[in-house]
Design a protein around this ligand. Sequence first.
Ligand code: NAP
Length: 257
Amino acid sequence: MSAPLEGKRTLVTGASRGIGRGIAVAFARAGADVALGYRRDQSAADEVIAEIEGLGRKAVALAADVRDLDAMRALVQGSVDALGGLDVVVANAGVASRFQPLHEVDPGYWQRVIDVDLGGVFNTLHAALPVLREQRSGVILSISSVAADACGANGAPYNAAKAGVNALTQTVARENAELGIRANVIAPGFIATDMGEALLEAHGELILKSIPLGRAGTPQDIGELAVYLASEAGAWISGQVFRIDGGALGASARRVV
Ligand code: NAP
């Protein structure tokens, strides 16, 4: 039996660390070649390239800020050039660093989160869709968060941006289904990454105690779901939001991620 993503050409934004890295490596283990988008940390991206090449797959890292549509068009074209085409696109890059009630939120921080977490997904899909539509195939995965539904206190910009990602991606699924393009959302709960560390600092151990399965999620946990959804096993799945959170949604009224 061949690997689930054998020979697939994939692009993952925010792949220099955290969840994006976990998805990129899981894709490579599943047989895919990977273009890695990142913003500033070239050495971290180089580490991921080495890990993927160690698995016998092709990898290329391209710097592009997801807030810049022209840069995202260049990232998509660079991925197509390097890998020989594009089959799977993962809009993963995101930020969250401040946790405050809405009346204390600095408007500049609001705008930054909306621009990266929601605008970045718009730019990624806007840049990639012409390629997928032209070839009449492709899979899109957006990474939102259980925060989109849980609407925990002190996370208004992030909660709103992630709810937008859910709506935007489900709309894209409907607009492109007749061309054979699928689009789904992965909505993680608390995952042990740099962003996860910031959440732990802000909210303490309460986050971990609210997870019925008894541990934080890992980038690998998200990578496994991403492989399934990107593969032929998920051929009849589109327009859905998949929560992956150790059973936590609804377990606590004070959800924060
Ligand atoms: P992370 O460890 O902080 O990594 C963020 C990644 O996004 C990095 O590769 C970073 O690149 C990239 N990035 C940030 N701003 C960017 C920009 N403007 N343009 C291009 N790339 C940019 O975060 P993570 O925990 O892996 O989160 C990944 C995604 O999962 C995010 O969308 C996040 O909202 C979502 N999520 C995370 C959790 C969690 O608990 N960790 C839970 C639910 C959802 P550089 O290093 O080059 O800056």
